[in-house]
Design a protein around this ligand. Structure first.
Ligand code: HT7
Ligand code: ZN
Length: 852
């Protein structure tokens, strides 16, 4: 497959001022007619991209072209000797009914719930019509949709300008979007949906109609999303001075969708899992995620839509900035520490693994075969971390000055990462030094330690990044290190400072540190995880214990506990009682005021995260055994407290507040520990919690415990749960996932789940329930049987949904770190897969994965 390089970028030969699109849907196909007003703006041929389109006719300036006047291949239509000004009209037939790739226009759902939706980012528009389908071609769109009246909902971007009937029981709508946009933001929906409406008046006085569309049984689950949308609109005005710019904002929920959601201009399309929420059907975690995704897509209206990317190499420009914005938004609606803990956990488990493996790439990649393969944790999460470092470095006011400049300078344009930094640099020139963060793959390791003499404390820091093959030798990056000094005896905070390491190593001196009699300085570095690095700081075990007790910054308090747990797991610290003792004290302290943080302090790194510590000889069985042993020891050491705490958190009437969510999470953590410690009353408490649950967090917490601990009434509850929620696809997803995730569920059991007739291979949410679970169970995954099951699914999906197939495959990127025999088995399985697959998505990943 052909590789595309950033260095080869050239501007488009033709601009497209206006697009008129007409989509007529019939039972077996759709006919798409388009009219493009094109004008030459650079040298080159007039090339329109198109894939899986049956061309019926093409004309230029009113003249139908003969086959000698154009060249057509499987990817493009080239008009020979096209004039500098050309009205290009095409008519094509497409087959949305059989389009399983979920890109372009495709059918989602069956019968009453059948709908047709589009997904154009990054290159789906070319599956609808011929077009210069690249993000730097910005046009004004008018869209006509025509379909049988059974589809009463006909939506496209912008404002509704006309609606009417055309006979044959068919009707149409015409939409006009006044904002110029790239083709990847085009959207259309042909469906039969209910709508929830509301209004929001912007800070500029514009009254905006807000509409959330879903199938009728789901419409009452849209209220959380609606509130989140209004909160997001207000938040972007307050924090970035950005108001919404159209009279209408629509969101459509669809069940078959490859990712979370899509920010099409004025017409977002959402995976049902990221928009529907009700206490009975969505856990707190999912409900909170709904708010975050609504915010994310809304924030794209400015960071992505009004200012877009020049080319797909610049994807992090919109995604990194928008993730940073949605994380900040979420942090304003809950404990900031917990928000940071969760964001960092995702970064570490997904992005650090990527950076450490065969799929490592820079936040701004320099080449790709298939752009869909670059919607990665590196582009999104590490991209967000870079913006966070800049925001912290500049401080609130200067960062706002920089972003104001960015919006003013580039509104309506398609730009680059360099443009972004150049705008921010008006507030502070140091921003420009961050460019290497976008270019250099690999996670920097930050090491260091402390020396002190009288009132002078010296913090030594050094950085090192691995040399990723095929990239330049790594350079030193600017690393902001948020640092505090505490007194070891009194716990008093003595100094706080943001250090900036810009060289391979440096010393930072704190003068005038007044220590208590016999006390020493306890230095806490990388507070709030101020840079996306791996920290190897020379803390003593005793100082980590102290930091768990008196660090005032919640993230580093949690981190100190994590470091102790890691040290135990890797054998350099053996005092489990001291960890249990800390958990006792902090849980007593936080039980009433911050139960969410208390719950988080029980976190033990996942098996996948622990695997990161090995570059060779990784033994999943040993890692799991050690982890299980630790959790069991903790459960037993706390057995006298867990029941008391659990009883102090009785089920109460449902509330959606941070406190109530924290209580529910902690209760589930405690339930698990009690069962593990063999608490005789726990089993009845689990059944009670399930039977009397006021919401899905309580019910699923109990259900998971029943399955994980193989409780006596397990089959009864598996049946009960299914029956209760048989009509709720997302809850049934949770039912599949809870079973597949349990270490007691064998590979055969997972295979059996995947044989069920309600296991729908065309619905990515359902597919991920089992395969995502298998990927999270390395002990099963890295066996011949586990890999055979996993890779046969990848092979199957390679034909129907290559994007999903490749994403699933990427979970295996660190196969080469396994012990010799297992590694050989993994390699031979991957090599066999290579002989059987065809999509460039899967082939690109396989090629990279097998190059070690
Ligand atoms: N900008 C979107 C990324 C995206 C996508 C979404 C749904 C289906 C396929 C997709 N390909 C790329 C989502 C976002 O980051 O907001
Ligand atoms: Zn996004």
């Amino acid at each position: 497959p052909q590789k595309i390089y950033l260095k080869d970028y050239t501007p488009p030969a033709y601009a497209v001022k206006k697009v008129d699109l007409d989509i007529c849907l019939y039972e077996q196909q759709a006919i798409v007619s388009s009219r493009l007003e094109m004008t030459r703006q650079a040298a080159g041929e007039l090339v329109l991209l198109g894939r899986d389109l049956q061309l019926q006719q093409v004309s230029v300036n009113g003249e139908v072209l003969s086959s000698a006047q154009f060249r057509l291949d499987s990817e493009s239509l080239t008009l020979i000797d096209a004039p500098d000004r050309a009205i290009v009209e095409t008519k094509v037939i497409i087959k949305p009914q059989t389009n399983t790739t979920l890109e372009g226009l495709y059918q989602s759902g069956l019968d009453d719930e059948m709908m047709f939706v589009t997904q154009c980012e990054p290159e789906g528009f070319r599956k609808i019509t011929f077009f210069p389908d690249r993000p730097d071609v910005l046009s004004e769109y008018t869209t006509r949709l025509e379909a049988p009246k059974t589809f009463k909902t006909l939506l496209a971007n912008g404002n509704l300008v006309e609606a009417g009937e055309v006979g044959d029981d068919r009707h149409y709508t015409i939409w006009h979007d006044p904002t110029k946009k790239p083709s990847y933001l085009f959207a259309a929906v042909i469906a039969n949906l209910q709508v929830l409406q509301d209004h929001y008046t912007t800070s500029e006085g514009r009254k905006v109609l807000l509409e959330l569309y879903a199938v009728s049984q789901d419409i009452d689950k849209c209220h959380v999303a609606m509130q989140a949308l209004k909160d997001s609109m207000k938040w972007d005005e307050d924090n970035y001075g950005r108001a919404y710019d159209l009279d209408r904002y629509m969101i459509v929920a669809t069940s078959q969708f490859n990712m979370g959601a899509m920010e099409n201009k004025g017409l977002n399309i959402f995976n049902t899992s990221c928009v529907l929420s009700s206490p009975e059907t969505a856990t707190d975690e999912r409900s909170f995620n709904v708010k975050a995704v609504i915010a994310h897509e809304y924030f794209h209206n400015w960071t992505g839509n009004r200012i877009t990317c020049r080319d797909w190499f610049q994807l992090c420009l919109k995604e990194g900035f928008t993730v940073f914005r949605d994380q900040s938004f979420s942090g304003d609606f809950r404990s900031k520490a917990v928000q940071r803990i969760e964001d960092v956990a995702i970064l570490r488990s997904a992005q650090f693994a990527e950076d450490a493996g065969t799929l490592a790439h820079p936040v701004r990649p320099e080449s790709f075969v298939e752009i869909n393969n670059f919607y990665t944790a590196t582009v999104y999460e590490k991209g967000a971390e870079i913006v966070r470092m800049l925001a912290n470095l500049l401080g609130k006011e200067k960062f706002r000055q920089g972003t104001d400049e960015y919006f003013a300078r580039y509104d309506g344009q398609a730009v680059t990462v360099e443009d972004f930094l150049s705008a921010l640099s008006v507030a502070d020139e140091r921003v420009l030094a961050f460019m290497p963060w976008y270019r250099q793959p690999g996670t920097p390791v930050l090491s260091g330690g402390v020396q002190y003499e009288q009132d002078k404390v010296v913090v030594r820091l050094a950085q090192k990044t691995r040399h990723v093959p095929n990239y330049d030798a790594p350079v030193a990056l600017p690393i902001p290190v948020d640092t505090a000094i505490f007194d070891s005896n009194t716990g008093q905070l003595l100094a706080e400072k943001m250090l900036l390491l810009t060289t391979d190593s440096a010393e930072f001196v704190f003068d005038g540190i007044q220590l208590s009699e016999g006390g020493h300085p306890v230095v806490s570095v990388l507070r709030n995880f101020s840079a996306p690095v791996r920290l190897e700081f020379d803390y003593s075990d005793e100082d980590l214990v102290r930091l768990v007790s008196f660090e005032t910054e919640g993230f580093n308090r949690w981190q100190a506990m994590q470091t102790l747990v890691n040290r135990w797991l890797f054998g350099s610290f053996d005092n489990v009682d001291s960890i249990a003792g800390l958990l006792k004290t902090v849980t007593d302290e936080l039980l009433d005021c911050d139960p969410m943080l208390a719950a988080r302090l029980f976190d033990v790194p996942s098996q996948k995260e622990l695997a990161m510590a090995y570059d060779s000889d990784y033994d999943p069985v040993a890692v799991k055994a050690r982890r299980d042993e630790f959790i069991k020891l903790i459960a037993c050491a706390l057995a006298d407290k867990t029941t008391t705490w659990y009883q102090a958190l009785p089920i109460q009437a449902y509330e959606d507040t941070p406190l109530a969510r924290g209580r529910r999470l902690l209760r589930n953590v405690l339930l698990d520990l009690r069962l593990l410690a063999g608490d005789a009353a726990a089993e009845q408490d689990v059944y009670y919690q399930y039977d009397n649950a006021t919401c899905m967090s309580e019910r699923l917490g109990a259900f998971t415990a029943i399955i994980n601990h193989d409780l006596g009434k397990k089959s009864l509850y598996i049946a009960n749960f299914y029956e209760k929620f048989a009509n709720e696809d997302l809850v049934i997803d949770a039912w599949f996932n809870a079973q597949a995730l349990s270490s007691r569920t064998s590979i055969d059991d997972i295979a059996a789940l995947m044989q069920r007739q309600d296991y729908d291979w065309n619905t990515p949410n359902r597919v991920r329930t089992t395969l995502g679970a298998l990927a999270a169970k390395p002990v099963q995954l890295w066996t011949q049987q586990g890999m055979a099951l996993y890779l046969s699914a990848v092979e199957r999906l390679d034909g129907s949904n290559p994007l999903l197939a490749a994403r699933l495959l990427s979970a295996l990127a660190r196969w080469y770190t396994l012990g010799d025999d297992t590694k050989a088995m993994a390699q031979s399985n991957l090599e066999q897969l290579k002989q059987k697959v065809q999509s460039k998505n899967v082939l690109e990943f396989l090629d990279n994965m097998l190059t070690v």
